[in-house]
Design a protein around this ligand. Sequence first.
Ligand code: ADP
Length: 832
Amino acid sequence: MKILKKLIWVALAIEIIVLLVVVINSNVDNMTLSKGEIYDFNTGWIITRQDGSSQKIKSLPYSEKSKAGEKIILSNTIPKKYSGMTMSFLSADKQFRVTIDGRQVYEFGVNDSRPFGKTPGSVTNFIDIPENLTEGKIEIEMISPYDNYASNITGITISKRDTSILNLLKSNLGNFAMCIIILACGITLFMLAFIQAFSRQTRDGISYLGFMCIFGTIYFSIETKSLNVFYGNQTLYSNLVFLVLMLWPVFMQMYYINNLEEKFQKIFYILLFLTLTNVACQLTLQILGVFDFMNMAFVSHILIFISGMAILFSLICTIRKGKDKLFALEFLGILAFIGGSAADLIRTYTIHIGDFGKYSRFGMTIFSLLMVFVHILKVIRGYSASIAENARHMQMEVQVIEEKNQELTIANEEAEKAKAEAIAAAKAKSVFLANMSHEIRTPINAILGMDTMILRESDDKDILEYAGNIQSASQTLLSLINDILDFSKIETGKLELVQGDYALSSLINDVYHMLLGKAKEKGLALNVDSDKNLPAKLYGDEVRIRQIIVNILNNAIKYTEKGSVTLKVGMSEQQNADAINNNNVTGSQPAKNIIITFTISDTGIGIKSENISHLFDSFSRFDENKNKHIEGTGLGLAITKQLTKLMNGKINVTSKYGEGSVFEVSIPQKIVSDLKIGDISEKYNATPDKKKKKASFTAPDAKVLVVDDVKMNINVFKALLKRTKISVDSAMSGPEALEMIKDNKYDIIFLDHMMPDMDGIETYKHMKELEENPNKDTTVIMLTANAIMGAKEEYLGIGFSDYLSKPVQAAKLEAMILKYLPEELVTKADIS
Ligand code: ADP
């Protein structure tokens, strides 16, 4: 690309050289139109005035005083050699007639008729000399409506007609060039004004300069006195000249009103007023025929002169203040224009005839070019200013955006902080709840344990009743705590499913037996209706499913006064096998999915239809006045719904207020074996176990250690095992337990989880590390009030053999001991 660009210049240089060679070395006919011979015919003239006096003129041009309307005759003899040629001279504002050898050969302005004014105009005349001259006597008879014009004569030339015309045009070539330059400047100035307006820059009246140039072009081309070659209406030309002269100052003044300081503007406003008055007066007087433009032209001249002076003065003041360097250029331009005009004005009043644009045309050309230059600079400056302004605006916008960004970043950081705080708070909440559950469960454990003792050992009817009440209140409290714990876990998204194989029949059994007592207390029938084709073994979270059914059954019993509560268990094929796959299944790989449906219906108080949509909202309870005596928190169904959702199940409620409700829960589960559950309804009719007053076994030779930091718990524990005759040692801290372990061999060790300083897990680990430890292989069972999910797996993973949840129940404790105690130490009791 670069090489190609260079080649352009090389090509240009070669072309110029070739042209130079052609011009210099060619010897061909010069085709430039020949100027031809031009002769001066300025001598031999006699001037004859109206009063009859005459005088020989030495040489043309000639001028003397004459009166308006005075007839002046110029006479001479044309040499024979000029016959057939053309005589040419300039005439200004006079009518004249030419006779050669007594015959009129030319006349100008004699028979003119014009609407107003008398000005015949200035014109270059071409008078053809007849071919056959006899004597060659020539007479030019001149008359002017104005003083001194008839007697003002320019030089006369004689040549062939085409030579005279060509000569006139050639001598004006420079003038025409200047007119074209002025015109081009005018057009450029208009374009600049347009750009200025278009790009919303401050407008400084460039278009007035444009008008000045256009008017200048008209004036200066007329002043060449050669336009009659193209169009010969002299009256039009002379009127145009006067009109231009009148209006010119208007544009000058308007331009400087737009460009100069306020104090100068006043001067120009005054001048503008005077100029416009002049225009109005001159037009009126000319039209009315009172005065000719010709007579009033001096007023226009004065106004142009004063305006020029005012401009020069104002510019000097402005430049001296150092306002803008460009004003200096403007000053130069206006100086050239005013200077040229002044020179031409002086000539107008001295020679009366000629090209009165000779110097001002030149001045105007300089002025126009400088003005174009100045305004191109100004427009560029305006452009760059507006670009700079735009850039500044953009920069400001960028700054605003950056500030906004910063604010956003800060807000983001704050939000992140708030989020972190919220997460920390939620974590703190669940830690608090876990701890709280432990803390509250421990005393409840004690209460329930002690109460069990009372129930077991007392025969006093009243005391048994009181103890029964304590038992039920404690159980309620325990379930309330469990609810709150579950709910907060769900809220923090911490509740996870723990899945495994389970027997559906035992689930139904558990649920049934858990609630049978309650139903009986209220005199309600609790029915179970299960499909005998249900699979016997399923894979899922048994504990949570039980929780769901117990919740709903519990409500059904709570909100039913008479009649029955029925649990119906059915199934349907799983539609979408993927639904359960989300549950992160571990363990055995079941083959088929199934949807188990638990339908719990009651004949209770029912739910108003408007309340059904709020049924699963947390803490919502309905008919509070009516149900005041029924305990509840409004959390049960919220938990139920969330648990069902967690297992990809659905829950549906239909109810008739006053008649009863039906809750239907469908949960997808996996089938573990093809065994069917069969008809299990019989089992539900079996009467529940009576309170066992006797222990299921005795083991007087067995020795267990219980470690718990709460004395009351130890007491309960010991009391619960009293009947079994097992010897129970106790320790109230981890280190104390370690000491005892070193010295004694135990059959089972029960370790509490939450203990200060050294907790159950740490104690267990230390125990395993003890060197001389007779209890290396002893079964260690974790006692825990921690109901957080996954605890069981954690304990077993550490090495504990099993875990027992607090509050410890006599039957479960006995069953646990029976499971792990060596058989030879156990004596089974007859409990029938
Ligand atoms: P609560 O602890 O109050 O029982 P739940 O979330 O279990 O809380 O139930 C919310 C409310 O729904 C109850 O207070 C009760 O007004 C209404 N409700 C729930 N189950 C039944 C039912 N089987 N029959 C009538 N009303 C019920």
